[in-house]
Design a protein around this ligand. Structure first.
Ligand code: NAI
Ligand code: MG
Length: 347
């Protein structure tokens, strides 16, 4: 079992260090961690945010644990040399097409949600967002029309195989949870969504145990704050998923707690906190490493098939939170190392 560890910039190395301590504490036989350079730090060392050596490490690993990239000293670089290209490049090069973001409220943190407590308490959902297609990757441009007006355009499209594989990722996830899948689209207006819906229905024949429903994205945005407890797994395209996953994750609390997985076909995946490099607190030992620790738990579950070990990590984090170990993002005073200690002790 080989895990590539790409810590990156800003608070990336600080939070990743704690997640690595947690993995090492589990004492998994045969676990090998291989570090690689990404982001602004890779640019300064090698002249590129995603050097070939890093890609080679990624390809030789079973999974990637990723910290964060983003470095304001690189702001004036050409786009293809900017730190963010590391994560975009990894997604593209490794075919990471399914982004999974779980959202639930940890016991004891109900006061942090922006929703009413009794509503927030019901949230236990997973958003499965397509990551390689949609309007983000279609033809695009800004052109001048014959009458002189400027027009911006971005083409939305999905091919059926792209929909089929993300639909399967959604159904597979539902099989491991509450066996309910809600496919979110805009089929009343968009042809892309009509094909999306047709293909999702075709795929549902392979998963008779999963209850499938469909929802328009505008209604889904409303339902996520009105009655989020109705959702188990949501599967949706890149654009809708970008928006809904941010919305859902912020319904349950702090950025320092939110983990994610980006999966390829098979078991390979990249796991990272949803936050960025947080330059405002970098190097101060203030960052909450729990999101990265919980990302490591997702890694064990999805890429290494180690459900029991993943659950142990999640339980240790939940216990630390219930015991009042809160980082600054939660209004507490525990530092990065202290939070890592608390989780390791509880393991
Ligand atoms: P950010 O997520 O880095 O920070 C937003 C706010 O949340 C800041 O006030 C920060 O201090 C706080 N915060 C973030 N993580 C925290 C943690 N673990 N514990 C406590 N507080 C935390 O987003 P921002 O400021 O918009 O972006 C900073 C840089 O990160 C940019 O260069 C951006 O491009 C990059 N970025 C990288 C991502 C990635 O590597 N996947 C994702 C998002 C942003
Ligand atoms: Mg986003």
């Amino acid at each position: 079992m080989r895990i590539a560890v790409f810590a990156g910039d800003g608070i990336g190395p600080e939070v990743t260090e704690q997640a690595v301590r947690v993995l090492e504490k589990l004492g998994l036989p045969g676990l090998e961690l291989v570090e690689g350079d990404v982001g602004g730090m890779a640019y300064r060392k090698h002249g590129h945010p995603l050097p070939q050596a890093t890609l080679d490490i990624a390809r030789g690993a079973d999974a990637i644990l990723f910290g964060a990239v983003g470095d304001f000293s690189c702001d004036n670089l050409e786009r293809h040399l900017r730190p963010e290209q590391a994560i975009l490049g990894l997604r593209k090069e490794l075919g990471l097409f399914a982004n999974l973001r779980p959202a639930r409220v940890f016991p004891g943190l109900e006061h942090l949600t922006t929703l009413r407590r009794e509503v927030a308490e019901t949230i236990d959902l997973l958003i499965v967002r397509e990551l390689n297609g949609d309007v983000y990757f279609g033809e695009k441009g800004i052109r001048t029309l014959p009458d002189g007006r400027r027009q911006g355009w971005d083409m939305m499209s999905y091919a059926e195989d792209e929909v089929r594989r993300i639909a399967r990722a959604g159904f597979d996830a539902a099989m491991t949870r509450g066996r309910r899948l809600c496919s979110v689209d805009k089929a009343n207006v968009l042809e892309t969504s009509q094909l999306w819906r047709d293909v999702v229905i075709e795929v549902s024949a392979e998963y008779p145990e999963v209850e499938l429903s469909h929802m328009y994205v505008d209604n889904a945005a409303m339902q996520l704050v009105k009655n989020p407890g109705q959702f188990d797994v949501i599967v949706t395209g890149n654009l809708f998923g970008d928006i809904l996953s941010d919305q859902a994750s912020m319904c349950v609390g702090s950025i320092g707690l939110l983990a994610s997985a980006s999966l390829a076909e098979g078991s390979f995946g990249l796991y990272e906190p949803i936050h960025g490099s947080a330059p405002d607190i970098a190097g101060k030992g203030l960052a909450n490493p729990m999101a990265t620790i919980l990302s490591a738990a997702m890694l064990l579950r999805h890429s290494l098939g180690m459900e029991a070990e993943a659950a142990r990590i999640e339980a240790a984090v939940a216990r630390a939170l219930a015991d009042g170990i809160n980082g600054g993002d939660l209004g507490g005073s525990a530092g990065t190392r202290e939070i890592g200690d608390a989780v390791v002790e509880r393991l």
